[in-house]
Design a protein around this ligand. Sequence first.
Ligand SMILES: C[S@@+](CC[C@H](N)C(=O)[O-])C[C@H]1O[C@@H](n2cnc3c(N)ncnc32)[C@H](O)[C@@H]1O
Length: 247
Amino acid sequence: MIKNTNRSGSILLSAALLTALSTVGLYQGGKFLWGEDAVPFFKGILRDPKTNGAFTPCSRFVADDITKPLHALRGAVQVLEVGAGTGQFSKRAYVILKDLLDKNIITEFHLDLVEIDAAYCDILRKKFADMPEITVHCADVTTLSKADNYYDAIISAVPFTRMSVDVVDSILKSYVRMVKPCGSLSYVELMWLPNIKKTILSFAHKEAETVAMISLLKDFQAHYKVETHKVWMNITPAYVHHLSIAK
Ligand SMILES: C[S@@+](CC[C@H](N)C(=O)[O-])C[C@H]1O[C@@H](n2cnc3c(N)ncnc32)[C@H](O)[C@@H]1O
């Protein structure tokens, strides 16, 4: 009897220890990849999985890569970030632009954030309240009324592979319209999502839509592409496409 009680006690203790260790591990792992932004983003995924189009926020490694073209900017700089979510890329973009300004490499900058989800917009407005160089536009990017050839660089995290061909086409057209000639457009694509989606949809006879969307993105890239980087430290690993929009 005493032996049995001891054994159940040890099992319970081991289970509690394992749970505690996994929780700490998950928390530290999450912090390593996403910083402090993860919790509100996971809430957003549950609220609207289709518009979010991702299983997790993008990692800081994706943020570092997608913001690379900003280092090359000069003069008075206008940057647009689309699908800002909880501000994972925005924070990185702001730090780079502020550093360029402090070193007199650029003369001024403004960072426009566009986000369609109202709850994320509230988070962004609070987070960047003390930064007058940042404006949050709570809107669908296709309705943003900015002049043609306005932005030096556009960063996009909008989940193209979760959208219809028509929507992706109109978003890409709005980017081409708003970016300056030879301005940069960088966007992220989760590596295996199109193929996973194609496989799932093949059971529902909707594969044609996914194939058409993949081909639209391929043609767009072939027209403007500079380079694609693979970022493995992300869930799931991601491509970051960097394009130069010649007009
Ligand atoms: C994959 S999440 C990226 C969020 C964040 N940038 C990150 O990297 O973790 C895509 C974001 O795009 C936003 N979004 C989707 N369609 C949009 C549109 N048409 N206009 C503006 N934002 C949009 C979603 O609400 C979501 O916050």
